[in-house]
Design a protein around this ligand. Sequence first.
Ligand code: HSE
Length: 337
Amino acid sequence: MPSYNLAIVGFGNVGRAFLRLLIAKETELRRKYDIRWRLTGVATRRVGWFADPDGFNPIALLNGHWPARAANSTQPKDVREWLERAKADVFFEASSLEAQTGQPALDHLKAALQGGAHAISANKGPVVHGYRELSALAKEKNRKFLFESTVMDGVPVFSLFPLGLPATELRGFHGVLNSTTNVVLTEIEKGRTFADAVQRAQALGIAETDPAADLDGWDAAVKLTALAIVLMGADVKLEQVKRTGIRELSEEKIRAVRAAGMRYKLVCRAERKGDSVQCCVQPELLLASDALAGLEGTSSAIRFDLDMFGLSIVEHNPGIEATAYGLLADLVRVAVG
Ligand code: HSE
């Protein structure tokens, strides 16, 4: 029975939810997929880099008990050395998004693949800034580079293509891909202030470390760009996305349009135009009859425009465990090959 040594960078909301889910699904993973796992590497900016090839006690970590360091132990000099000490088979990148460069997450994933581990990312930056390089490296090393949880959590949007929809042409897509702004808009409609609504999203554990990344449309733009690059083969850069966040909308305006039967949503759009793919993120005023207008709270949705048909997917009220599920599903994909 295969046993996987797992190493994770980032032990915030996502990393911790992932570990809880691994524990909750331990029996199912073993029985259905012959997967056993040990957590042999954990790293966070705050507490440093820990590695133990015999595995950590996951419950102790979840309770905030970090292993004691031996007096003569040194910090690994880089990620590669940390992964070697952890004897990691699968590396998970769950640190905070740095939208402009995707770093240092991009270098972490590169180091993992170069060292012979599979690389799974919940961090979307590296997909936008290094998808082609990381995919090529994974192929060269006969390892997998997977990132399903980066857009719509555990919904298999990347995995749908190409095998689920062979011989189709994706001409464009649009959707609501950022949960935080959807929560904020929903809460303001209910009468909360902007600041309270942001706090509500933070309490749900879904806002970025700096919620400005959500409110100003960066998170949505990064997801849009990742989808355009991976699913449409687009040569699009983040800075080419036309991006407007939700701060320009006043609380009064948001409530007034709601009272009139309409809603604002932060909508992402990608459309193939000749040789290029045009991408934009902006608040759109939607009629109640629009499929996207019904999205409440953390829900998100996407509509793919294929040459064969249109296909819509709605994710209803995901919590942080939905992102954790995306990571777990990628681990199963690694194991089943
Ligand atoms: N901050 C992101 C959101 C988290 O609100 O959608 C999930 O990617």
